[in-house]
Design a protein around this ligand. Structure first.
Ligand SMILES: *Cc1c(COP(=O)(O)O)cnc(C)c1O
Length: 363
């Protein structure tokens, strides 16, 4: 099968991670030599990963492994939370960032998204929304930019967003669930105070597992220790990924660190694929030319076919499955997203030819 599911392309395990999954699958298997704090475990080498490789990789002063991108976002929001506080998010934000804010007791305000077909976030929108919130008497405790968003794969000028947020003394979190592990990302270069990443989305790890980056300025607040147990970091509930999940993240790391350097090639492939699909009558939404492997299409040509196809709107899923292509949700024809990440050119050509054939024969 060729898998084009955007949720799954970046989380496919490396052979090393697959072995780690079997080796560390037993409950609490990593805890034999724990001195009382997950990050301090030297055998297996969690200490070196969390204090060395990981913060260097994402360009932060301090890093932690969490149970997912949403857990990373929640930890930060909860730590910064205040009565009458609110979070400003981009209008393309993932539902989990809104849920995290809600659970942290914070109001949410969204930076508007432009209309079809681009669905752009204008960085200047952050100034407007932050100012509006502040005037209304709410304190903006955090801004979030989804980098890129999980629908259109749009990449916003994060440096500009961080500069604007800092003008208002608002810290910025970059939600990098779709970027850390695929493309080079450095919180320091982009001016972000926090970074959240997803191991099972983009770092070839078995989830749930995520990463969190914190700048020096916020270390004492976000990573503060429990009053009852001085070894345990409160927002992380003491220990986060305490088993096979963290071991798969570590096992894949050398491959992941190397693969982000191939990012330009991934963008070229995504652009080529998008052009081919457009020549078949589909319309790519979002940034154009596109800057990410996650691509959203509007497909009127397939929608028309679904109106009279024998299987109705399920025809596309069935026709693709027949050709051993998996990853477009069953029942979708008019709009769908897919990913070209790490697929060889021959496979991408095969997928394009399959769409051409389906349009020609079923349509
Ligand atoms: C997948 C995704 C998430 C959630 O990641 P988890 O690690 O599963 O919590 C958050 N934000 C975006 C943009 C995503 O695509």
């Amino acid at each position: 099968m060729i898998n084009i599911d955007p949720l799954q392309r970046g989380g496919l395990l490396t052979p090393e991670a697959r072995r780690a999954l079997a080796e560390w699958g037993d409950g609490y298997s990593i805890c034999d030599f724990c001195p009382g704090k997950l990050e301090e475990i030297k055998k297996p080498p969690i200490h070196d990963f969390v204090y060395g490789d990981l913060p260097a990789f994402i360009g932060v002063d301090h890093a932690r492994v969490t149970n997912g991108a949403r857990e990373s976002m929640f930890a930060v929001m909860h730590a910064l939370g205040k009565k009458d506080g609110c979070v400003v998010l981009d209008g393309n934000a993932h539902y989990s960032s809104l849920v995290a804010a809600e659970r942290a007791g914070l109001d949410v305000s969204l930076v508007p998204v432009s209309d079809r077909p681009e669905y752009r976030i204008d960085p200047e929108g952050y100034a407007e929304i932050i100012e509006g919130q502040q005037k209304s008497g709410e304190e903006v405790v955090l801004a979030v930019l989804t980098y890129p968003d999980g629908n259109y794969g749009n990449i916003v000028d994060a440096k500009r967003v961080s500069a604007i947020c800092h003008e208002y003394d608002v810290p910025l979190l970059l939600n990098c669930a779709y970027s850390v592990g695929r493309m080079p990302v450095s919180a320091k270069d982009l001016g972000a105070d926090f970074i959240a990443g997803s191991g099972h989305k983009s770092m070839a790890a078995c989830g749930p597992v995520g990463v969190l980056g914190v700048s020096e300025q916020y270390h004492d607040l976000v990573l503060r220790r429990s009053a009852y147990n001085k070894n345990k970091e409160l927002e992380l509930l003491g220990c986060t990924a305490r088993g096979a999940t963290i071991m798969t993240l570590i096992a894949s790391f050398p491959t992941v660190r190397a693969r982000v350097l191939e990012w330009d090639r991934e963008v070229e492939k995504a652009r080529w694929f998008s052009e081919q699909m457009e020549s078949l009558g589909m319309i790519q939404m979002g940034d154009k030319p596109h800057n990410h492997d996650l691509i959203f299409f509007e497909a009127p040509v397939l929608y028309e076919i679904s109106k009279h196809a024998k299987k109705g709107r399920f025809f596309l899923y069935k026709e693709l499955k027949k050709r051993k292509i998996h990853g477009i949700k069953s029942g979708l024809t008019k709009y769908f997203k897919l990913s070209t990440y790490q697929l060889p050119e021959d496979d991408l050509r095969y997928v394009v030819d399959a769409f051409a054939e389906i349009i020609a024969t079923v349509g």
